[in-house]
Ligand binder design. Structure first.
Ligand code: KG4
Ligand code: ZN
Length: 392
């Protein structure tokens, strides 16, 4: 265990999925720059992330994103003390681009390097000092927003903590007894919650990424029905695939009802035979009505939020946690934030939305504590697409 100086400055990269991100963080908490080039538009036309497209785009975006992140330092590279990058879990080709770039830069400049677990990084977003209300995210190149004005630093989280990690690829509850000391209390047995949001949004015709689309649609809902909850009693595990299938069945029923209502009868107006019957249209599904879609989105979101918040609040109670940390892309969901804060007996900490979804500032925050614990990765560190929390 080493005590790093308060101004220890880390340049971190994140390329595990579809965001090319670089950030500079001082003392493990102060964000000096946080640049994210999102590929979302590129993938949305395919309804999800295409791994090859992601890797190619990372290759194109990495250099300008790093340059932009370093522009926050008056001395540039001379002010950087160490380099970090995500090495798993994630898409292997995408991870390779950021990991290799980071290793090459560190090696060339003789700087220490550490590989970071992406799930741990999501949790460490809660250590970042973002001031009251947080600050915006630079989407695309070359936008990046420094934290303005500097606000007093809120106290760092104190152990033991319970973390609810909810992202596109993962859903888990973990107990943190100290830095890097994790116990998995529960996890999903099938779909990750973000994945369920994305799939249900697709079923409802709401587009990609599904989480923000469902949240927005649900806001306009009135009098929505109730969908089932998979409680898996006696366990802190989750299951979301049954809920997704329930939505699919409701959509199919609705489409059958709608097509029965809209099918033309054998006769035209006034009971006379139709003179020129139209040829059948292939796939004649009438579009779902927006009011009903909003009700389904609302019912789905309520079901997910109910189970996640009940289990996170229980976990905190069972393990005497001082706080609950909400982490990962789905932590951007305003309904989840509000309901967890309402149900938990302890304070709930959630980063500003820009730091919930993938970014490199969280990678730098996690790296700081790994360096403090004396960790340093070798130049032979390889990507680990299925890396688990607690494995590093
Ligand atoms: O953490 P993240 O950026 O990437 C992964 O590591 O997976 O999470 C992305 C996931 C996507 O499934 C997206 O639909 C979901 O986070 N998400 C949301 C919201 N914003 C993003 N889910 C629910 N509500 C939101 N507002
Ligand atoms: Zn993530």
């Amino acid at each position: 265990m080493t005590n790093l100086p308060d101004d220890f400055t880390i340049l971190a990269l994140e390329t595990s999925c579809d965001e090319t991100a670089a950030a500079v963080v001082r003392g493990g908490r102060t964000v000096l720059s946080n640049v994210v080039a999102s590929q979302m538009d590129m993938h949305s036309r395919y309804g999800g992330v295409v791994p090859e497209v992601a890797s190619r785009q990372h290759m194109l975006s990495l250099a300008p994103v790093v340059r932009e992140a370093l522009a926050a330092l008056p001395g540039g590279w001379a002010d950087v003390d160490a380099v970090a990058a995500t090495y798993g879990p994630g898409l292997s080709g995408a991870l390779l681009t950021g990991l290799n770039a980071a290793k090459a830069m560190a090696w060339q400049r003789g700087l220490p390097f550490v590989g970071v677990n992406h799930l741990e990084a999501h949790i460490y977003a809660s250590w970042l000092d973002v001031g009251a209300g947080g600050w915006g995210l630079g989407i695309g190149i070359p936008e990046s927003q420094p934290p303005t004005p500097p606000n007093p630093q809120p106290p760092a989280p104190e152990f033991p903590l319970v973390a609810l990690v909810v992202s596109g690829g993962h859903t888990l509850l973990a107990l943190l007894r100290g830095h890097g000391d994790y116990e998995i209390l529960g996890q999903t047995r099938d779909d990750a919650v973000g994945e369920a949001f994305d799939k249900v949004a697709r079923i409802l015709g709401l587009g990609y990424p599904g989480g923000p689309a469902i949240q927005k649609a649900a806001e306009g809902a009135q009098g929505s029905p109730t969908l089932p909850r998979a409680w898996l009693r006696g366990s802190l595990d989750f299951s979301f695939s049954g809920l997704k299938t329930a939505v699919l069945h409701k959509v199919q029923e609705r489409q059958e009802q709608n097509s029965r209502l809209t099918k033309p009868g054998p006769k035209g107006k006034g009971g006379h035979p139709t003179p020129n019957p139209q040829p059948p249209i292939p796939n004649p599904q009438p579009p779902l009505d927006p009011h009903w879609v909003a009700q389904m989105a609302h019912a789905f979101q309520e079901s997910v939020v109910d189970v996640l918040t009940a289990k996170a609040a229980d976990a905190a109670r069972q393990h005497g946690a001082t706080e609950i940390i909400l982490a990962g892309g789905v932590a951007a969901n305003t309904r989840l934030r509000a309901e967890l804060a309402r149900r938990a007996d302890v304070p709930v900490r959630f980063p500003p939305i820009a730091l919930c979804t993938d970014n490199a500032a969280m990678v730098a925050a996690a790296a700081f504590h790994r360096f403090e614990a004396g960790a340093q990765s070798g130049w032979d560190l390889d990507v680990t697409p299925n890396l688990k929390l607690g494995a590093a």
